[in-house]
Design a protein around this ligand. Structure first.
Ligand SMILES: [Fe+2]
Length: 178
């Protein structure tokens, strides 16, 4: 099986680990793929959610996610690179786990809890990616890119906190133990 983590993509390419800008570029491509995949997945998660608050959170995050994709395109332009994505298999896996949950029958509130669990995994994955890419951009003195990535990182982090809040406030724990 062909692996395609951001790291394995460097093997067999002209890119080497002695150039941090190449690592940044690969991170950006990975994130670009992740955002594209999430744009397709979020409407399905919204449809599967029952809580109006959770549905709204997914709608809001879809709008933000489109903005995240645009910011990455800006970063590619600054680096004078084509915005290209190489399928991010990690996001693909996280989304396919989410889709499994979306397809399950169950108590609406319990299903919401499971959807939140899947969504928070996605947010944490993105936070890790943006955090690293932001740090690399800073180290390279690419402050404009670092700023773009930080804005997205803040939105991912807020989305994650909102999901925690919804899980705490609106998921019926009694249903979970019934
Ligand atoms: Fe995002």
């Amino acid at each position: 099986m062909k692996t395609s983590s951001w790291f394995s993509k460097m093997i067999g390419t002209a890119m080497t680990l002695d150039n941090l800008e190449n690592v940044l570029m690969l991170q950006l491509r990975d994130l670009y793929s992740a955002e594209q995949q999430l744009i397709d997945a979020l409407p399905k998660m919204e449809e599967a959610a029952s809580s109006p608050q959770l549905k709204q959170a997914f709608r809001t995050h879809l709008a933000e996610t489109r903005q995240h994709k645009t910011r990455l395109e800006q970063a590619f332009r600054i680096l004078r690179q084509e915005p290209t994505a190489e399928t991010c298999d990690a996001m693909k896996g996280l989304i396919s786990e989410g889709e499994e949950i979306v397809g399950l029958e169950g108590e609406p509130e319990v299903k919401d809890a499971a959807i939140i669990a899947a969504a928070q995994r996605v947010e944490h994955y993105e936070m890790a990616g943006y955090g690293c890419a932001r740090t690399f951009a800073r180290r390279l003195g690419r402050n404009e890119i670092a700023e773009l990535l930080q804005q997205t990182l803040d939105e991912e982090s807020n989305a994650n906190e909102l999901l925690t809040h919804i899980a705490e406030e609106s998921v019926n724990v009694h249903a979970a133990t019934a």
